[in-house]
Design a protein around this ligand. Sequence first.
Ligand SMILES: Nc1ncnc2c1ncn2[C@@H]1O[C@H](COP(=O)(O)OP(=O)(O)OP(=O)(O)O)[C@@H](O)[C@H]1O
Ligand SMILES: [Mg+2]
Length: 270
Amino acid sequence: MEKQIFSSSISPLSIVQMNDVFASYDSKNYVLQNIRMSIQRGTNYAIVGQSGSGKSTLLKLINGMMNPSNGTVKVNYQTPNFHEKSFKKFIAKIGYIPQNLGLVKNTTVLENVMIGALPRLGAFKSFFKIFPDKEIADAYNILKMVGLDDKAERKTYMLSGGERRRVAIARALMQKPDLLLADEIVSELDHVTAIEIMDIISDAQKKFELTSIMVHHDMNLALEYANRVAVIKKGEKILEIGVEGDEIVDFQTGNLTQKEILEQYNESEK
Ligand SMILES: Nc1ncnc2c1ncn2[C@@H]1O[C@H](COP(=O)(O)OP(=O)(O)OP(=O)(O)O)[C@@H](O)[C@H]1O
Ligand SMILES: [Mg+2]
């Protein structure tokens, strides 16, 4: 089978495109360097790397929370920018689950999920949190999907870690997203719960035809669920791999053998 080789030109199918991206928090040290990334619509994409390698920063570049110091980032063919009217429209379609989940602790599960609907309500309804019945019915359907419909009225601080993650997923799905960004949503969970959460996301991805970009610590989990896995080391993308049949293949250059991929990957763990 012909391997797909990475190209730096903008693909008509890409939802995220990064060309030669550098990012810095202090305009001195780059925390990301030379990042080239092309993510096609419908892909289940994973980013793995050691702590501090720049994974969360990558997600922040995609949702416009941060601008690159150099290079270009295009999301849905636009430069992510909170102040740009056209991007604001699309940002409502990015379901971003931050590393700390960003739940409002002292409010109920349902209220947290309804936050996902706010961008599509008018300013008045949004301010007074007036939700049409249809939106509430949708929220209950989504809570059912994530297995929390019986806990809709519970305050989120009373939930387990796995349940809190389900709320964050439900809030993101309530946005009716085109793109789902999840930052280490299954880290620190036991394996069984992690698989349950990954299955929920995988089912939602198929049902709503989303593109998902998930940051992981666990390479095995990433390879099990993702079509493509980018490995980040000290701010650089050193590999982009995926599974075809029984083989791990190199999508970044198209040249590496499975043995070379594993050697590079093991090196990246050091
Ligand atoms: N707000 C910030 N201000 C300054 N430096 C930051 C900030 N956020 C992150 N950094 C630095 O940028 C680098 C990359 O951080 P980032 O959070 O992207 O890593 P990560 O791969 O997500 O790590 P982890 O797995 O621990 O979440 C680190 O060296 C970190 O210290
Ligand atoms: Mg992080």
